[in-house]
Design a protein around this ligand. Structure first.
Ligand code: AMP
Length: 274
């Protein structure tokens, strides 16, 4: 596995793979089995797999956890090597951003509802860095988790609307044995908080069961979820279609139930695709 920290060197190295199929997995590190599932899929489907580890400052708000975001760089290198990664890119902020640079603005509506409403500007930063990384890696395929459903939707929208040549591959959510969606931020949870956090995924599963038994009302499903999560500080529970329009009536094959909630001071997101 080759490791690069300089963008210029990476671009030069990649130029020899013009005739190869390149898969790319962008991450912020502190890798867990969720990331590994994306990486393994890329290794399987491509000649060359590139993984990036970059805690992107522009997608964090002032009061968020940028400074304390978990870092496990040595363990991450081992994980990548073991998973069959060919190229690991670990740039500094200066390797990615320029002074007074032009910027991408997320779509006015879909980029500023739900996650984008509670974290205003977050998706501007996400799209800015993803566009740069897709251009640097010249990936044929890039792998994103459904865990970050709105991010996945907006990245696909950007790729479509800016006519980028990369295929965006959607990957399933990986959970621990208790159903908790894996996240680097789970490292912040105490063991009792972790137990409480499992209620989030359980409530989503219960909602899916109600829906498969015929419930169609988004209002009723949202009420049920809020009832189950009374000891968790919910930021939002919402049901959208696959284009992120708020949905009043659930449609099997076209609905996503989304939750953002604080367990202690840790903000978690989870969702289920119906
Ligand atoms: P992050 O390092 O949190 O920015 O995540 C990097 C990529 O891994 C994103 O595409 C995430 O959606 C994906 N990812 C994170 N957690 C999971 C998970 N539990 N299951 C599947 N994909 C995930």
């Amino acid at each position: 596995m080759k490791i690069f920290t300089k963008t210029k060197n990476l671009i030069e190295y990649i130029s020899q793979f013009r005739n190869k199929q390149i898969g790319f997995v962008p991450t912020m590190g502190a890798l867990h089995n969720g990331h590994i599932s994306l990486i393994k899929r890329s290794v399987q489907e491509n000649d060359i797999t590139i993984v990036s580890i970059f805690v992107n400052p522009t997608q964090f708000l002032e009061n968020e956890d940028f400074d304390k975001y978990p870092k496990k760089i040595e363990a991450d290198k081992k994980v990548c090597n073991f998973a069959g990664v060919d190229i690991l890119f670990i740039p500094s902020k200066e390797e990615i951003y320029f002074k007074d640079e032009l910027s991408i603005v997320a779509p006015k509506t879909k980029g500023f509802i739900l996650e984008g409403y509670h974290r205003p500007g977050h998706f501007n930063g996400v799209l800015q860095v993803v566009l740069k990384l897709l251009n640097i890696t010249k990936a044929n395929k890039a792998y994103f988790g459904k865990k970050d459903a709105q991010q996945l939707y907006l990245v696909k929208k950007m790729v479509n609307e800016l006519f980028l040549p990369t295929d965006i591959i959607e990957c399933e959510i990986i959970r621990d044995e208790n159903g908790l969606a894996l996240s680097s931020r789970n490292d912040y949870l105490t063991s009792s908080e972790k137990e409480r956090a499992t209620k989030i995924s359980r409530s989503l599963k219960n909602a899916a069961k109600l829906i498969s038994n015929g419930e169609k009302s988004s209002k009723k499903i949202k009420e049920k979820i809020k009832n189950e999560l009374q000891d968790i500080k919910i930021e939002y529970v919402e049901i959208v279609d696959r284009d992120f329009n708020i949905q009043n009536e659930i449609a099997i094959g076209d609905s996503i139930i989304l939750i953002a909630a604080f367990v202690g001071i840790t903000r978690l997101i989870d969702n289920i695709w119906i």
